[in-house]
Design a protein around this ligand. Structure first.
Ligand code: PYC
Length: 331
């Protein structure tokens, strides 16, 4: 194979509490425009013109459905050390906190930044990362808030389900489901059932016109069960668009949860909340108060770099852009 017969994407992989992040750190020279314009505009350009980057990185045979991608690009705001656009198996995310933690340890691994505080620009705002030793990162996320309290959605096969709708960098429906046994010994058995349940909620929300503010599509569902004693204050199952559950506690989802706890008077500045994932990996969190009932979520987690690779895109490979599923996100 000569150099002209393939294109390359350079990637660095990490995982945050079990949830993978693949950071795209290099792409072919004929891919242009990804370093200028607002991050939201560039997200649009990526989706319209260069969606093959997403599908080649995330879909099989190089990736897998649970993987989240992060295109590392130049920030607009020169106070930031990087810009980032997140994507997954079916489309583009707004924000992603586990991915931001993964990006932080990746930038450290690359020697682009040192320990300490740095700003990173995302399509939904600027977030701060504070990197400590051994992969520990604290993210100060975008302002988060509860939009709907005790909203009712009629879910075929399950009846009326009550939950809150909140923003934490993505739109979430958050609901308590004590009927699901979240005990460690049964959790993996529960994942198909929790996936079916959460997917039915997403569909019912769309069918019944229940949205976030300004019609924002609610494409993530957070189902809460009892905490594991001594480990967390709450354990959750989070379904992401693309029908994959978050292996981490989901940082944007945790931000939405913190906003709801604060709105209910159950979490005040200075208090700590430990949110566990279905795998019992934990984010440790605090809130700062903003105006109009909004909060700034402060979320600490740990990530580990586990791969550096060049993905080769060969012209004659029928799956050079990955196996593209029929399922696509609706925004
Ligand atoms: O950690 O915010 C997050 C996230 C969103 C989707 C997957 N992880």
């Amino acid at each position: 194979m000569s150099n002209t017969e393939h294109r390359k994407l350079n990637v660095i992989d990490s995982h945050t509490g079990g949830e993978p992040t693949r950071v795209v750190v290099g792409w072919p020279e004929d891919v242009t425009g990804l370093d200028t314009g607002s991050l939201m505009e560039r997200r649009g350009l990526l989706a319209e013109r260069y969606d093959w980057i997403r599908s080649a990185c995330i879909n099989e045979p190089r990736g897998h459905d649970a993987m989240v991608g992060a295109l590392l690009c130049q920030p607009v705001n020169q106070d930031c050390v990087a810009g980032v656009i997140f994507f997954n198996n079916v489309g583009y995310l707004n924000g992603c906190v586990h991915g931001t933690i993964g990006l932080a340890v990746t930038l450290l691994h690359m020697g682009r930044i040192g320990l300490g505080k740095h700003l990173i620009e995302t399509p939904v705002g600027i977030v701060e990362v504070d990197i400590a030793a051994e992969g520990a990162v604290t993210v100060t996320n975008v302002p988060s808030y509860r939009h709907l309290h005790s909203a009712e959605v009629n879910v075929p096969g399950y009846g009326v389900i009550t939950g809150d709708v909140a923003w934490g960098g993505n739109w979430f429906f958050l609901t308590q489901a004590d009927d699901f046994d979240f005990a460690p010994e049964v959790k993996s058995d529960n994942i198909p059932e929790l996936t079916t349940y959460s997917a039915a909620i997403v569909q019912a929300l769309a069918d019944q016109g229940i949205t976030g503010a300004d019609g924002g599509v609610i494409d993530h569902v957070e189902v809460f069960g009892a905490p594991t004693s001594g480990v967390s204050d709450s354990r959750s199952f989070v379904l992401c668009p693309g029908l994959q559950y978050d292996r981490s506690p989901c940082g944007t989802g945790t931000s939405a949860k913190l906003a709801c706890l604060h709105a209910d008077g159950k979490l005040k500045p200075g208090q700590t909340w430990r949110q566990a994932s279905i795998l019992d990996t934990v984010f440790t969190c605090q809130v700062e108060e903003l105006e109009n009932g909004r909060i700034t979520p402060i979320i600490s987690g740990t990530a580990f770099v586990n791969c550096e690779a060049s993905l080769l895109i060969q012209d004659h490979d029928p799956f050079r852009y990955g196996i593209r599923p029929a399922l696509q996100m609706n925004h």
